[in-house]
Design a protein around this ligand. Structure first.
Ligand SMILES: *Cc1c(COP(=O)(O)O)cnc(C)c1O
Length: 408
């Protein structure tokens, strides 16, 4: 039997050698390799500034700090996202305003968000920002979010955790842009199972020198580098604390991995795209499955390959599908249980599942299949063959073709 884990990072010889070089250099924490990683990442994303951090969660937190989020304010967040996107809002005692997803790509539904903003404003609340997520690496309604932000004066902080790299354009005649090129601040994740990894790590990208400075200072105890420069005459031990900051800096050991992952990002993306294409081809004829929609003018990062099992067409539930896949040696996962179904947000925001009808209905059907560069065509074929068999064996008989009922 094959063993196909849900995810395997793709670490090459160059990453390993760079880490060894880092260890031998005697400089382990934030230093020259982090600086170089930031420069190369900013160039890759066509951004002025990239601030390396120890997670995307830290990047989102510092981004909200940089725009001055205040207690009591609301931030639009899709309910179909990972914990991090909303918890950072709670760090400020502000509250997420959870928006439902669109059915085809599970990204934030701008019309739904607009309605919720109107309701919040009518209730006297202050809605100040929006954190769009690009689900699985499928780029959401960028133009719609931009228009919404314009109308309601929202700051746009992009959760681009799945998007290194992903590209979009406004129409067939416009130039391609990488995700992360436009929002006020865009946040990337280099967690172990993301498209490129540093083990743990993240990056905040922006064209604002002021935001970049603030995030850098707050990522390291609120210690001002300017003060440090001004007083170097005092000696290199001198620093000034200008705010109670955090400890979010990236280490050079991690940056050593990131440098080579970034240089291989396009190649890793090509391989994921190939396996996604093969999945689409091999699973296309299973009528019980809804496959990811490919929207025009988008280049998907293929961080995830989520399928929906139409449960009303099958005689089993999602947990059984996953457990049968596991018995066949295949790892699968779920992205995600929507935030409004979690006990914390149900309690804090008084959520009723029916208030987010699409995410609530789609969630029980979602399964993410293994997708990473080091898969083989045989692996993908094996996953598809098994999934087909599991579904075929549970197929609900078409009315009229149910011969078992005829027995007397
Ligand atoms: C992984 C993830 C994050 C958090 O990334 P970390 O680097 O682990 O902090 C944030 N948002 C989304 C959508 C993610 O999938």
């Amino acid at each position: 039997m094959r063993s196909i884990p849900f995810f395997k990072p793709s670490i090459g010889k160059s990453e390993i050698e760079e880490v060894v070089d880092c260890l031998r250099s005697g400089w382990l924490t934030t230093g020259p390799k982090t600086k170089q990683f930031e420069q190369e990442f900013a160039r890759y994303l066509q951004r002025q500034h990239a601030v390396a951090l120890n997670s995307c969660t830290a990047a989102l937190h510092l981004a909200l700090e940089a725009i001055g989020l205040k207690a009591g304010q609301r931030v639009v967040v899709p309910t179909m996202t990972f914990a991090a996107t909303a918890e950072v809002v709670r760090y400020f005692n502000a509250a997420p305003l959870l928006a439902d997803c669109r059915a085809d790509d599970l990204n934030l539904d701008v019309a739904d968000a607009a309605q919720r903003i109107e309701n919040a404003l009518a209730a006297g609340e202050e809605v100040v920002a929006i954190i769009p997520v690009h689900y699985g690496g499928q780029i959401g309604d960028v133009a719609g979010v931009k228009a919404l932000a314009g109308k309601y004066h929202l700051r746009v902080i992009e959760d681009a955790a799945h998007c290194c790299p992903a590209y979009y354009r406004d129409d067939e005649t416009s130039p391609w842009k990488p995700v992360g090129a436009e929002a006020e601040i865009s946040c990337f994740s280099f967690y172990a199972n993301k498209t490129i990894t540093t083990g743990e790590g993240g990056m905040a990208c922006t064209n604002s020198a002021e935001h970049a400075d603030r995030m850098r200072i707050m990522s390291l105890h609120g210690i001002s580098r300017d003060a440090w420069k001004r007083y170097t005459a005092e000696g290199s031990w001198y620093y000034e604390i200008i705010a109670p900051g955090y400890k979010y800096n990236l280490t050079d050991i991690a940056a050593a991995i990131g440098l080579h992952q970034l240089r291989r990002a396009d190649q890793l993306h090509d391989r994921r795209s190939r396996w996604a294409g093969l999945y689409l081809e091999l699973l296309g004829d299973i009528e019980e499955l809804v496959l990811p929609t490919i929207r025009p003018n988008r280049i998907h990062s293929w961080h995830l390959f989520p399928v929906r099992v139409k449960l009303d067409h099958c005689d089993l539930d999602r947990a059984e599908v996953i457990s049968q896949m596991k018995q066949a040696g295949i790892g699968a996962s779920v992205h995600w249980m929507p935030l409004h179904l979690h006990p914390y947000y149900r309690r804090e925001l008084g959520c009723e599942p029916s208030d987010w009808p699409r995410a609530t209905a789609i969630y029980p059907e979602l399964i993410s299949l293994p997708l990473y560069p080091d898969l083989t065509a045989e692996d993908v074929e094996y996953v598809c063959r098994n999934l087909k068999e599991i579904i075929a064996s549970s197929r609900v008989a078409v009315p009229g073709a149910d011969f078992s009922a005829v027995e007397t």
